[in-house]
Design a protein around this ligand. Sequence first.
Ligand code: NDP
Ligand code: MG
Ligand code: MG
Length: 332
Amino acid sequence: MAELFYDADTDLSIIQGRKVAVLGYGSQGHAHAQNLRDSGVDVRIGLHEGSKSRAKAEEDGFRVLTPAEATAEADVVMILVPDPIQGRVYEESVKDNLKDGDAVFFGHGFNIRFGFIKPAANVDVCMVAPKGPGHLVRRQYEEGRGVPVIVAVEQDATGKAFDLALSYAAGIGGTRAGAIKTTFTEETETDLFGEQAVLCGGTSALVKAGFETLVEAGYQPEIAYFECLHELKLIVDLMYEGGLEKMRWSISETAEWGDYKSGPRIITDATKAEMKKILAEIQDGSFANTWMEEYNSGLKKYNEYKKADEESTLATTGAKLRKLMSWVDSEA
Ligand code: NDP
Ligand code: MG
Ligand code: MG
């Protein structure tokens, strides 16, 4: 069973006694910084020259320094810049400004797990990763709630790294909902697998194939869009509330029979074998290396894929239909 921690298991005064630098002020950065500050923690922001987020951080009342200055001044550094550039920011601004007993924090384990960042032995290395987007992390905190977090320690130089990580998790409101103990390896590998095989990659491919099958058979794209994409949300909401059971309780018996009979013909043993290959490429680091090569060489393929999907019939049909349903984009 997973080890769970709640507010009562944490000591907020630990993080209140430290100086925190949050590097980056995007989705996660703004939420961590504001929640910590409201929890009585001393926070400064580190942003690069010319950062678009700088004005927002200053408007929100933060002192904004360079990443190097912020790191030098603080003794806990949370790195919330985009994953592919964390290695560079660490080399250029963080590494030489860490002192014995400082702590480096991450919101995702990618750079530690695949060795793009290798902290020296004299610092704690921790992760506090909210299981939700940054804007929800902030909103839930303001409403007295929290987004669950997962917490890990990769390197415990002080012998107190886990208590520090839990205290940070409490500071952002995470332990109101619950913190699960994990490792950098488990978090990184399951996160990458989930987004590739199921949540993003798997779902996008399923929607596209279903839509194309109907349109190629001569059905109207608008009908195909509703059937294969729009209705997906309603189905997923039911799964979220009560698992596959609640979804199947709600749909018709005909739909349920079709689910049992046809689903396994779509996601076959061959699909699962491919999932295992995808997981193996995550575990052996080849996915991470390929992605870093793509990023560092200017995102050529990435932009090709993006453009092709943005110009597809699925995309143009959806854009047209959503315009007629003014309430749709505010539901997210
Ligand atoms: P965003 O892209 O939203 O924000 C990145 C921030 O970093 C921006 O403020 C950006 O500034 C700033 N930045 C860019 N380059 C530098 C630099 N060289 N030095 C300092 N700051 C820089 O990132 P996310 O919040 O999405 O992701 C941050 C981390 O959180 C990642 O590790 C991610 O995996 C993790 N995470 C993200 C989640 C999410 O909800 N998005 C969920 C859980 C974890 P500007 O825009 O002005 O250039
Ligand atoms: Mg992810
Ligand atoms: Mg139907």
